[in-house]
Design a protein around this ligand. Structure first.
Ligand code: HSE
Length: 431
């Protein structure tokens, strides 16, 4: 039996996939039965890092999703269009889908999975969140016996690279981003990564698998890392923390509260936490479930080989399912979600906070601050005051106890109005 694959896109990941499929020895025994039938590219004349017979390559992507000989369409072009239309057309034509496209799944998953369900089609997405880390299959299958209560992750390699360098070298955000761009770790337009959009897409996918309901990416509270300064990293260190861009998803603690908590923001992580020492471009996901307790996955979240590893695993899974049950869908591999999760507004969440304030260096400042926090039921866990930093201003850092976001923001509004206050450059949540 052979399974014919049409690959859309021969960039970094497509090249990695083609290389694995062309070199099956020592890998899964089904691989020799999987053949590259067609490859769709944007430009036919580009120099390639993998040898594909020229007659298999086309710049007519539609011809691949319409080709009756193809069983599995592997979508590796990324972005929303034309990826979404090609996926939907391939599904309509009865082809199974393997995709690494988190944006299209996070934002249009509902339409894609509904179409796939109607046609009895697999849509596989291991590579769409955290590249080479096998977390999607773990959530769909290996952890199926658990009631998952929390999923916390470093799901974006670019921001983890930037924050790690800031932590170890004391460098500023702008300089570190510029260097990351020069080295190819950050895109020329870094918005998707540094403003948390990429992480939010991945969290929508991971949370929906962890908690069993579809998640709208626009319901996820999102903050990026542009406001983090070397001063914040320095204070965090002094207090026993590092700073990471985390995706945090939690099931409500009580039966009465049906809202999930899902957010993406820079977070102070205690240095002894398993995610604190995940550095560079590495991703990691910590899952807490009953009865397993804690499980942590870490590894490469991007890159040619790592992402191709996940894509090929999906291709093998589809081929194996087609081989053993050609006329049925394996329910462990399909999407079983139909409803949307209710996501709690950020104001309802509870966290510890780190607040860095610049105040006029006058008597009574700390008293004013304590009173304002106290009035809004925000009690403090730690306070650091530095001597005058510049222009007659003093820098004060406080870490609160666990408080509701609503109370914290009310206290901050009151503190802004204090005559002794100059500005509040940073407010961060603590894990
Ligand atoms: N831009 C992503 C990251 C890699 O930095 O993690 C692809 O998901």
């Amino acid at each position: 039996m052979t399974y014919k694959v049409g690959i859309l896109g021969l960039g970094t990941v497509g090249t990695g996939v083609a290389k694995i499929l062309q070199d099956p020895i020592g890998r899964h025994p089904l691989l020799p039965e999987i053949k590259i039938a067609r490859v769709g590219v944007r430009s036919l004349n580009k120099q390639r890092d993998v040898a594909i017979a020229p007659d298999l390559i086309t710049d007519n992507l539609e011809s691949i999703v319409n080709d009756p000989a193809i069983d599995i369409v592997v979508e590796l072009i990324g972005g929303i269009e034309p990826a979404k239309s090609l996926i939907l057309k391939a599904i309509a034509n009865g082809k199974h889908i393997v995709t690494a496209n988190k944006a299209v799944i996070a934002r249009h998953g509902s339409e894609i999975f509904t179409a796939a369900k109607q046609k009895g089609i697999y849509v596989m997405l291991e590579a769409a969140a955290c590249g080479g880390i096998p977390v999607i299959q773990a959530l769909k299958q290996s952890l199926g016996g658990n009631r998952i209560s929390e999923l916390t992750g470093i799901v974006n390699g670019t921001t983890n690279y930037i924050l790690s360098r800031m932590y170890f070298e004391g460098a500023d955000f702008a300089a570190t981003l510029a260097e990351a761009q020069q080295l190819g770790y950050a895109e020329a337009d870094p918005t998707a990564d540094v403003d948390g959009f990429d992480a939010a897409d991945k969290m929508a996918i991971l949370a929906s698998l962890a908690f069993g309901d579809r998640v709208k990416v626009e319901d996820i509270y999102r903050e990026g890392i542009r406001s983090i300064t070397s001063a914040d990293i320095g204070y965090a260190k002094e207090l026993g923390f590092t700073i990471k861009l985390l995706g945090i998803a939690k099931r409500p603690k009580t039966d009465g509260d049906s809202n999930l908590e899902i957010r993406v923001h820079p977070t102070l992580v205690p240095i002894q936490h398993p995610l604190a020492n995940i550095n560079g471009v590495t991703n990691a996901i910590r899952i807490e479930g009953d009865p397993i307790g804690e499980v942590v996955f870490s590894g490469p979240g991007a890159g040619s080989g790592a992402t191709a590893s996940a894509v090929v695993a999906d291709i093998i899974n589809v081929a194996a399912a087609l081989k053993s049950m050609p006329n049925q869908i394996n329910s462990l591999m399909g999407c079983s979600h139909e409803h949307y999760a209710k996501v709690a507004p950020i104001a309802n969440t509870v966290a510890q906070f780190y607040v860095r304030l610049l105040t006029h260096d006058k008597a009574g400042v700390i008293g004013d601050l304590g009173t304002a926090f106290g009035k809004h039921s925000v009690s403090l866990n730690a306070i650091l005051q530095k001597t005058t930093v510049h222009d007659g201003l003093a820098e004060i850092v406080v870490v609160t106890q666990k408080v509701s976001e609503f109370n914290l923001q009310a206290a901050i509004a009151a503190i802004h109005d204090l005559p002794t206050m100059h500005s509040i450059p940073t407010i961060l949540r603590v894990l």
